[in-house]
Design a protein around this ligand. Structure first.
Ligand SMILES: [Zn+2]
Length: 403
């Protein structure tokens, strides 16, 4: 028995490569992005981005990207996704004690993949309109033996970025840079998603698309989260400045920590929230955890500012509207703000455990006004310390958002 123990200890220590350091994008205290050498944990390869929980590959390949890849930007994206995915994985296992995440085996992470996802064939045909500037978590599939499609597990896909001329955005918004465009978006409406907003602005400008904007948008539905999370991606400075100049818009999702946390959260919550399509509930839940894992007071402040219901700033007033129930508004900040508000009532740590338990009481298709609210009440019955008092506080909080 003892021998076996020594042998297995030896095996584990010889297959894990501690202290591999690579350049990755991280946030500093002020929520600014910078590149820094970080330690990549749980690697099972000494040469490539392959670990116990994640294997980072390029496009449709099954081979891990290696540390000596000639493409420097690809290496940066591989290290950044690996590093932040590991952080998110550890959060679910260590902080939330998620048995589901603990049971997960190695997951494939695809960078620079432009193919659409196909439920039967895994990868959509190469000739179908390629996708850029977003990210997507995909459900496992059985494959199609007759067509040589192998079964696959849950995966996360990060699209390559592609420049879109910002002059077109300017012409339509009357603003002189992208930040200005964002402000227009922010102040004019909380009911539309940033991505939809952009896709509307650039419709007809997408190379070789020829696809109506609505259709184009539908392909990217369950993508990168609420506008506040997406904005975190745009409002970066430092090494990412080059991604967003005054001339061009592009979003390199694999370099934005919050987007990585958001996509991983879809996977971590998928024991209850099926990865089928985008709804307000599934997006709001993933955003909540992305905000928590980011653990940045600066981001928290931003979230609070944008999600203050009936706050002093009338522009930020975000009462519930029936349209929020529809798929078109799945990425609105409403559910995110509602869940974030629970932190005020229950405490931060308690609220995070609460929202994690809440996933058992809702589904991807839950409506906000009925099932989500019922789910919150049920979760409180089961987990709140003082269900009676806490439910009253929660209902008061919900009342503030017009529910
Ligand atoms: Zn999402």
């Amino acid at each position: 028995m003892k021998k076996l123990f020594i042998l297995s200890t030896l095996l584990i220590s010889s297959t894990l490569f501690a202290e591999v350091k690579q350049e990755a994008v991280i946030r500093n205290k002020n929520f600014k992005a910078k590149t820094e050498k970080v330690v990549l944990n749980d690697l099972i390869s000494g040469k490539c981005f392959e670990g116990r929980f994640f294997k980072i590959v390029k496009g449709k390949s099954d081979d891990a990207i290696c540390f000596d890849d000639v493409d420097k930007e690809l290496r940066l994206k591989a290290a950044t996704t690996y590093y932040h995915l590991t952080k998110a994985h550890d959060f679910y296992v260590n902080e939330l004690k998620s048995k589901y995440v603990k049971s997960h085996k190695q997951m494939i992470i695809r960078l620079d993949i432009v193919n659409q996802f196909n439920e039967l064939g895994h990868f959509g045909n190469d000739n179908i309109t390629p996708e850029y500037n977003n990210a997507l978590s995909i459900p496992a599939g059985r494959g199609l033996e007759s067509r040589g499609v192998k079964p696959w597990g849950n995966e996360i896909w990060f699209r390559p970025s592609k420049k879109i001329n910002i002059e077109d955005l300017n012409a339509r918004s009357g603003q002189d840079d992208f930040k200005g465009v964002l402000e227009v978006f922010r102040t004019q409406t909380h009911m539309t998603t940033l991505q939809r907003f952009i896709s509307t602005l650039v419709q007809g400008q997408l190379p070789k698309s020829g696809m109506p904007a609505t259709e184009w948008f539908n392909f990217g539905m369950r993508t990168v989260g609420a506008s506040v999370i997406m904005e975190a991606g745009y409002q970066l400075s430092g090494p990412l400045d080059k991604l967003l100049s005054r001339k061009w818009y592009k979003l390199e999702t694999a370099l934005v920590p919050e987007i990585i946390y958001h996509e991983y959260s879809h996977i971590a919550l998928s024991d209850s929230l099926e990865l089928s399509h985008s709804t307000a509930v599934i997006e709001g839940m993933a955003d909540y955890f992305a905000g928590v894992i980011a653990n940045s007071p600066k981001l928290a402040k931003k979230i609070k500012k944008y999600n203050t219901f009936n706050g002093k700033n009338a522009k930020n007033k975000k009462d519930f509207m029936i349209q929020f129930e529809t798929t078109d508004y799945a990425n609105t900040d409403f559910v995110f703000g509602l869940l974030w508000g629970l932190r005020k009532v229950l405490g931060e740590k308690e609220a995070t455990e609460f929202v994690h338990s809440l996933r058992h009481q809702v589904t991807t298709n839950s409506s906000i006004r009925n099932e989500l609210i019922e789910g919150i009440i049920k979760t409180c019955n089961e987990t709140c310390k003082n269900p009676f008092i806490d439910k009253i506080s929660i209902l008061q909080q919900l009342n503030l958002c017009g529910i």
